[in-house]
Design a protein. Sequence first.
Length: 223
Amino acid sequence: MSFLFGKRKTPAELLRENKRMLDRSIREIERERQGLQAQEKKLITEIKKTAKEGQMGAVKVMAKDLIRTRHQITKFYQLKSQLQGVALRVQTLKSTQAMGDAMKGVTKAMAQMNRQLNLPGLQKIMQEFERQNERMEMVSEVMGDAIDDALEGDEEEEETEELVNQVLDEIGIDINQELVGAPSVAVAQPAAAGRVAQAESAGNADSGIDADLQARLDNLRRM
């Protein structure tokens, strides 16, 4: 009837109030049990004293009282156990309700986030990201190939000179003597022809490399 005279209590408030009542009842039962245990010890002491005095009638009466006290202590133990079980159920129900409220809030937040998501726009962004990523990889590949091609000739020429110098160092004396006796004109003409052929092959290779780079750059511009 509380909702007729004031604000109606929520289920959480009712659970909290009932939990406090159960805890208070458990504490009261525990105090009663401790009092009965103290009374039990006192009765045992009096029974021993009365038995020494030879008052067997009084001993029997106090013995019955002791038995009732022990039975009552056992009942208090049982009642306390039952109340603790009920309190545990209430606490479980309270935790379940809290979990339900939390899930409700999470579900509401997820629904709001899903409504705010623009799936077509997200797909467009991912497509644009993929396209730009491919373009970046292609640019990196072209730049790497260009640098490798530019450095490859110098490295080969240096390695060639080192190898020739090494061979000349090993057999330099004999080859110098042979070069001294060789005709200068006959040697000069093949050498010049070799340099011309080498220049033509280098020019053709450079034109092939330039054409390949130009094709890749054209592909990048079309992206």
